[in-house]
Design a protein around this ligand. Structure first.
Ligand code: SF4
Ligand code: SF4
Length: 123
Protein backbone atom coordinates (compact mmCIF):
# COMPACT_ATOMS: atom_id res chain seq x y z
CA UNK A 1 0.00 0.00 0.00
CA UNK A 2 1.26 3.46 -0.80
CA UNK A 3 -0.07 6.87 0.04
CA UNK A 4 0.41 9.30 -2.79
CA UNK A 5 1.74 12.76 -2.21
CA UNK A 6 1.76 15.66 -4.61
CA UNK A 7 5.39 16.13 -3.58
CA UNK A 8 6.41 12.57 -4.39
CA UNK A 9 9.05 11.92 -7.00
CA UNK A 10 8.53 9.00 -9.37
CA UNK A 11 8.66 5.60 -7.70
CA UNK A 12 12.12 4.07 -7.97
CA UNK A 13 11.48 0.58 -6.72
CA UNK A 14 10.17 -0.93 -9.92
CA UNK A 15 6.69 -1.36 -8.53
CA UNK A 16 7.62 -3.58 -5.60
CA UNK A 17 5.19 -2.38 -2.98
CA UNK A 18 6.51 -4.40 -0.07
CA UNK A 19 9.23 -2.71 1.90
CA UNK A 20 11.22 -2.58 5.09
CA UNK A 21 9.95 -0.40 7.90
CA UNK A 22 11.22 0.88 11.25
CA UNK A 23 9.12 0.13 14.31
CA UNK A 24 8.82 1.60 17.80
CA UNK A 25 11.96 0.07 19.34
CA UNK A 26 13.90 2.81 17.52
CA UNK A 27 12.11 5.52 19.49
CA UNK A 28 14.56 7.48 21.66
CA UNK A 29 17.39 5.13 20.57
CA UNK A 30 18.25 6.39 17.11
CA UNK A 31 21.84 5.17 17.06
CA UNK A 32 21.76 5.38 13.24
CA UNK A 33 23.62 2.14 12.54
CA UNK A 34 21.08 1.45 9.81
CA UNK A 35 21.90 4.65 7.94
CA UNK A 36 25.47 3.48 7.43
CA UNK A 37 24.26 0.35 5.65
CA UNK A 38 21.61 1.79 3.36
CA UNK A 39 22.83 1.90 -0.26
CA UNK A 40 20.17 4.37 -1.36
CA UNK A 41 20.15 6.72 1.66
CA UNK A 42 16.41 6.32 2.21
CA UNK A 43 16.39 6.27 6.04
CA UNK A 44 15.31 9.68 7.27
CA UNK A 45 15.81 11.14 10.71
CA UNK A 46 12.83 12.25 12.76
CA UNK A 47 13.03 13.80 16.21
CA UNK A 48 12.55 10.54 18.12
CA UNK A 49 13.04 7.79 15.55
CA UNK A 50 14.10 7.10 12.01
CA UNK A 51 11.74 6.33 9.13
CA UNK A 52 12.23 4.42 5.88
CA UNK A 53 10.91 6.12 2.75
CA UNK A 54 8.87 3.26 1.22
CA UNK A 55 9.18 4.46 -2.38
CA UNK A 56 12.95 4.90 -2.15
CA UNK A 57 13.75 1.67 -0.26
CA UNK A 58 15.03 -1.01 -2.64
CA UNK A 59 14.28 -3.78 -0.13
CA UNK A 60 17.87 -4.95 0.09
CA UNK A 61 17.62 -5.85 3.79
CA UNK A 62 21.08 -4.51 4.66
CA UNK A 63 19.76 -2.35 7.48
CA UNK A 64 17.80 -5.02 9.32
CA UNK A 65 20.60 -7.08 10.95
CA UNK A 66 22.58 -4.09 12.24
CA UNK A 67 19.82 -2.60 14.35
CA UNK A 68 20.78 -3.14 18.02
CA UNK A 69 17.16 -3.09 19.18
CA UNK A 70 15.59 -5.10 16.32
CA UNK A 71 13.45 -2.20 15.18
CA UNK A 72 13.64 -2.97 11.46
CA UNK A 73 11.30 -5.48 9.84
CA UNK A 74 10.25 -6.62 6.44
CA UNK A 75 6.73 -5.36 6.06
CA UNK A 76 5.18 -8.82 6.18
CA UNK A 77 7.11 -9.74 9.35
CA UNK A 78 6.22 -6.83 11.63
CA UNK A 79 5.22 -8.14 15.08
CA UNK A 80 1.59 -7.57 15.97
CA UNK A 81 2.33 -5.01 18.66
CA UNK A 82 3.88 -2.72 16.05
CA UNK A 83 1.41 -3.35 13.27
CA UNK A 84 0.92 0.42 12.83
CA UNK A 85 4.54 0.82 11.80
CA UNK A 86 3.92 0.57 8.06
CA UNK A 87 1.25 3.26 8.31
CA UNK A 88 3.53 5.39 10.47
CA UNK A 89 6.51 5.09 8.12
CA UNK A 90 4.33 5.80 5.08
CA UNK A 91 2.37 8.70 6.57
CA UNK A 92 5.57 10.34 7.82
CA UNK A 93 6.40 11.04 4.17
CA UNK A 94 3.06 12.54 3.12
CA UNK A 95 4.40 16.06 3.57
CA UNK A 96 8.08 15.29 2.99
CA UNK A 97 7.47 13.26 -0.16
CA UNK A 98 10.41 11.52 -1.78
CA UNK A 99 13.42 13.83 -1.31
CA UNK A 100 15.80 11.34 -2.95
CA UNK A 101 18.36 11.25 -0.16
CA UNK A 102 18.34 11.59 3.60
CA UNK A 103 21.85 13.03 3.94
CA UNK A 104 21.12 16.07 1.85
CA UNK A 105 17.84 16.62 3.70
CA UNK A 106 19.28 16.30 7.20
CA UNK A 107 17.22 15.86 10.39
CA UNK A 108 13.54 16.64 9.87
CA UNK A 109 12.99 17.68 13.50
CA UNK A 110 9.52 16.18 13.37
CA UNK A 111 7.75 12.88 14.00
CA UNK A 112 4.57 11.08 13.04
CA UNK A 113 1.87 12.15 15.52
CA UNK A 114 1.64 8.64 17.00
CA UNK A 115 5.37 8.65 17.75
CA UNK A 116 5.41 12.20 19.09
CA UNK A 117 2.64 11.23 21.53
CA UNK A 118 4.57 8.33 23.07
CA UNK A 119 5.90 8.87 26.60
CA UNK A 120 9.69 9.23 26.81
CA UNK A 121 11.45 5.89 27.01
CA UNK A 122 13.39 5.24 30.16
CA UNK A 123 16.69 3.35 30.03
S1 SF4 B 1 16.15 -2.40 3.09
FE1 SF4 B 1 17.99 -1.58 2.07
S2 SF4 B 1 17.24 0.15 0.86
FE2 SF4 B 1 15.65 -0.32 2.37
S3 SF4 B 1 16.08 1.01 4.12
FE3 SF4 B 1 17.13 -0.93 4.50
S4 SF4 B 1 19.19 -0.66 3.71
FE4 SF4 B 1 17.92 0.98 2.84
S1 SF4 C 1 19.72 0.90 13.74
FE1 SF4 C 1 17.68 0.57 14.70
S2 SF4 C 1 17.66 1.84 16.57
FE2 SF4 C 1 19.38 2.51 15.28
S3 SF4 C 1 18.50 4.22 14.13
FE3 SF4 C 1 18.30 2.40 12.85
S4 SF4 C 1 16.24 1.59 13.32
FE4 SF4 C 1 16.78 3.04 14.93
Amino acid sequence: MRLESEHSAPIKTGGNNVTYIIAEPCVDVKDKSCIEECPVDCIYEGSRMLYIQPDECVDCGACEPVCPVEAIYYEDDVPAQWKDSLKINTEFFIEIGSPGGAAKMGPTNTDHAQIAALPPKSE
